[in-house]
Structure formats: structure tokens, C-alpha cells
Design a protein around this ligand. Structure first.
Ligand code: PLP
Length: 360
């Protein structure tokens, strides 16, 4: 067996310890005589798994009883619709468009009401975060929406927008649990777990309880009403049971590393290695405005498409996988999520340095 350093944006690298533990428990989970994949989601043993996962997540982030934690399906994409369907009362919402995912969410919301783009960084290929200190927030806005870490472009809101008292909704798919957050700044924080937490198939929605309504239009599909899942503690129908089990293991793993403050320190250390190299390189160049750089997704280019393609091919041969940039940006992108070891980033930088020497 040989494992590569996997820089995929998602589904992405998971902690090796977690994968090994899951492998050990594959045939017989905790004396149950069956795999977690085979057990009833109504069984006592599964109930412990999902309740423990929720408790550990609450503990990691510091989530009070004012919030529900929901383990859902349908990916982040389903939330692009669920958010407006559940939160629009006045039928108005403000969107800050800082990348493809925010744009898709904004476009999807237009199906359900007036979704207003109040800021954007599309003029410069989403390479920065616009100033959000004094935006024209609608008086009637039911919420203000952001994508907090832009997976494709490698930007991050290091300061949350001034929503002028309106509810903040954030897609945190690619920065979930990468650093401490104050959940009380958010009405909804949600994300697909396949970037930084677990296997594809689970989306976690943390929602302030007063936003969960029982007066929704009855045409809103049962499965898309937050109330359905809040009332049933994420066991309304069959949940993505195995995925939630792996998420639970990752929560335990993060706790063991020292929690979110420690994750942040490690992520900063890793990102610095890569960014420092980019800033000193004569061949490679980061594509993002410095103060808006993400700790998780690092896009870079050589400025020459052929050289980029050569880099991607040669890095793959060297055991550094999935460094090809998103088709809309080109070049390369290294996703260095929580589970990417420092040694992986060091190896990448060493490879880049060699490549630069050979291709000057
Ligand atoms: C990957 C990603 C999505 C899309 O997630 P799906 O689970 O495929 O729907 C949405 N938002 C962000 C920030 C992402 O990184």
C-alpha cells in the first residue's frame, strides 16, 4: 500500500488514523457483529453514534442550545434552495458574490424571491473579498448570504460582513472546523462535509432555533423544511449513516489534536510554508490578494499553460495528486485541509522548488 499526498479540493484527504480505525471496525462495529453500513439507523448503537457526533461537534465549535445541529443529505447545493425556502418571509435576501458557489446560491435563490447581489468580486476573477463594512443591505432582507471560504478561488472572509443586524447565512463547506468561530454571529452556518470533515453525502446545517419555522408554505417539500429534521434530530428518514459515523470520528480526531485553536495554528503553519514559497518564487505566483488568502485552498500559476500542464503531470508522477486548478481559473490549486500533514506541504514546496530550477 502506498498513499499519495492528495491535494484534491473535495472529496478530499481524511486523517489516516480515522481511515484505519474505520477499517478496523468495518466488519464488526464495537461488538455489534455488523458494519455501521449494515445497521438500522433506529438501533441503539447507531443512536449513540449520531448523538456522540452531535455532542462532539457542539463541543468543538461551542454551540449553545440556541442552535440545532442537523446532519442532512443533498450536499451544499440543496441548501442553495433550502435557505431561501425556509428563511424568506419578506421574499428578499442579499447575496455577496465572491465566487462560483456564492453565485450559484444567489441564482438559485432567485427562484424563490428577490435575491439581490449587493457586492461582488467577479470583476477581478473573484481574486479578492470586497469591502463589506457598509453595504447597501435591504431593509427588508431576510438574511445576508456569504460563501465564507471560496474553494475555487482561494479567498476567505477574514472578517465577517457588517449585516446591519440582518441574519447571516454562511456556506463554510471548505473551511468547516479549520479554525475557531463564534457561531453566535451566524443564523445558519452550513457545509458539505466532503471538503474538510468527512465523506461526500453529508451536509451539516447549524441553525439558530428561531429561524426554524412551522408556518412554511405547505408546498415546500417535507425534506427541505428544517423543522422536519430538527424535530426528528436528523433521524426523520434514513440519514447518510456511514458518513455521519466518519464525521464523528473526525470530530474526535480534531479534539485529540487540541481542538479548533490548534487546527488553526497547524493550518497557518502549513499555509505559510506554501505562501512564503509563492512570494519568493520567480516562476510561481499566487492568484489571490494577500490579505484575503485562504488557509485551505491555494491557487497558483506559472503564467504559461503548457508549463502548468507539465507541472500537474510531473507532480502526479511524484505522488502529489490533484493539483490541477479548477477549470475556471486554470493553473494549479493545492487544497491543504485539516487532514493534510505538514510533510505533504513541505514535499509540495520541495517539488515546486526543483521544478522551478529545472524550468527557468
Ligand atoms: C464543494 C462546494 C459546494 C458544492 O457542494 P456539493 O456538496 O457538491 O453540493 C458548495 N459550496 C462550497 C463552498 C463548496 O466548496
Amino acid at each position: 500500500m502506498s498513499r499519495v499526498y492528495n491535494f484534491s479540493a473535495g472529496p478530499a484527504v481524511l486523517p489516516e488514523e480515522v481511515l484505519r480505525e474505520a477499517a478496523d471496525e468495518m466488519l464488526d462495529y464495537n461488538g455489534s457483529g455488523m458494519s455501521v453500513m449494515e445497521m438500522s439507523h433506529r438501533s441503539k448503537v447507531y443512536d449513540d453514534i449520531i448523538k456522540t457526533a452531535e455532542a462532539d461537534l457542539r463541543d468543538l465549535i461551542g454551540i449553545s442550545d440556541d442552535y440545532e445541529v442537523l446532519f442532512l443529505q443533498g450536499g451544499a447545493w440543496t441548501q442553495f434552495a433550502a435557505v431561501p425556502m425556509n428563511l424568506m418571509r419578506n421574499g428578499v435576501a442579499d447575496y455577496i458574490v465572491t465566487g462560483q458557489w456564492a453565485k450559484k446560491a444567489w441564482q438559485e435563490a432567485q427562484k424563490y424571491g428577490k435575491a439581490v447581489k449587493i457586492a461582488s468580486s467577479e470583476d477581478e476573477t473573484f481574486s479578492y473579498i470586497p469591502d463589506c463594512s457598509d453595504l447597501p443591505i435591504d431593509d427588508d432582507a431576510d438574511y445576508v448570504y456569504i460563501c465564507e471560504n471560496n474553494t475555487i478561488y482561494g479567498t476567505k472572509f477574514h472578517k465577517l460582513p457588517n449585516t446591519k443586524g440582518k441574519t447571516l447565512v454562511a456556506d463554510v463547506s471548505s473551511c468547516f472546523l479549520s479554525e475557531p468561530v463564534d457561531i453566535n454571529n451566524y443564523g445558519i452556518m452550513y457545509g458539505g462535509v466532503q471538503k474538510n470533515i468527512g465523506p461526500a453525502g453529508v451536509v451539516i446545517v447549524i441553525i439558530r432555533k428561531d429561524l426554524i419555522r412551522d408556518d412554511l408554505d405547505e408546498k415546500v417539500p417535507t425534506m427541505l423544511q428544517y423543522k422536519t429534521h430538527a424535530d426528528a434530530r436528523s433521524l426523520f428518514n434514513t440519514p447518510p449513516a456511514y458518513g455521519i459515523y466518519i464525521c464523528g470520528k473526525v470530530f474526535k480526531w480534531i479534539k485529540k489534536q487540541g481542538g479548533l485553536a490548534q487546527m488553526k495554528a497547524r493550518n497557518e503553519e502549513k499555509a505559510k510554508i506554501l505562501y512564503d514559497f509563492l512570494d519568493s518564487s520567480e516562476l510561481f505566483k499566487g492568484t489571490v490578494r494577500k490579505e484575503d488568502r485562504s488557509l485551505m485552498n491555494v491557487p497558483f500559476v506559472t503564467g504559461n499553460d503548457e508549463l502548468d500542464a507539465k507541472f500537474v503531470a510531473e507532480s502526479k508522477a511524484a505522488g502529489l495528486e490533484n493539483l490541477k486548478g479548477h477549470r475556471t481559473v486554470g493553473g494549479m490549486r493545492a487544497s491543504i485541509y485539516n487532514a493534510m500533514p505538514k510533510a505533504g506541504v513541505e514535499k509540495l514546496v520541495e517539488f515546486m522548488s526543483d521544478f522551478e530550477a529545472k524550468n527557468k
